[in-house]
Design a protein around this ligand. Sequence first.
Ligand SMILES: [Zn+2]
Length: 186
Amino acid sequence: MTQLVARLILAMLILPVSACLFVLGFAVVVSRRPQAGTIALLYAGLYLFVACYWVLLWRSLVRWTPERIVKTILAGVVAVVAAAIAGGFLMMTVFGRSDVEVAMLIGGSVVPVIWVLATVIIWRETPTERAERLAKIGREAVSCPICGYNMTGLSEARCPECGTKFTLDQLIVSQPKADTHVLPEG
Ligand SMILES: [Zn+2]
């Protein structure tokens, strides 16, 4: 199993695992009707777990710029506020004021979902960052040997512009060598 496959499996498991933990926590901690404070505590623990799990899983693949870190934290705050509003709304409309706990249970479960979805967008590599990364490893561009089309980032060795199919070794051999331009003969 490659690292990426392992990551993807772990990524898919985060929400089911969190849900199981929460239910388990409930079974252990709560024997009678849950109090609002207990629910808040359980959710705080759950959010901490989800945040650590998710950050540890992806940390080596995310470029941690200050802007990205701030946005990640803000997304958590926004998720909590959104869940509080949703819970409050449910309390006013569906459950009534006496059912604070039910509204908390439902509203609170939305927080990890919102935050995880937000990180998918926030942590994504921007086109500029991708270009920088490729430039750093010395592969600014792979071009079609026939028509010169920029084939960087394609997942197959077929030029979409002129339709010519290549083998990977043909593409590599055909790329202009950087040092032939830098060092003129004589
Ligand atoms: Zn071509």
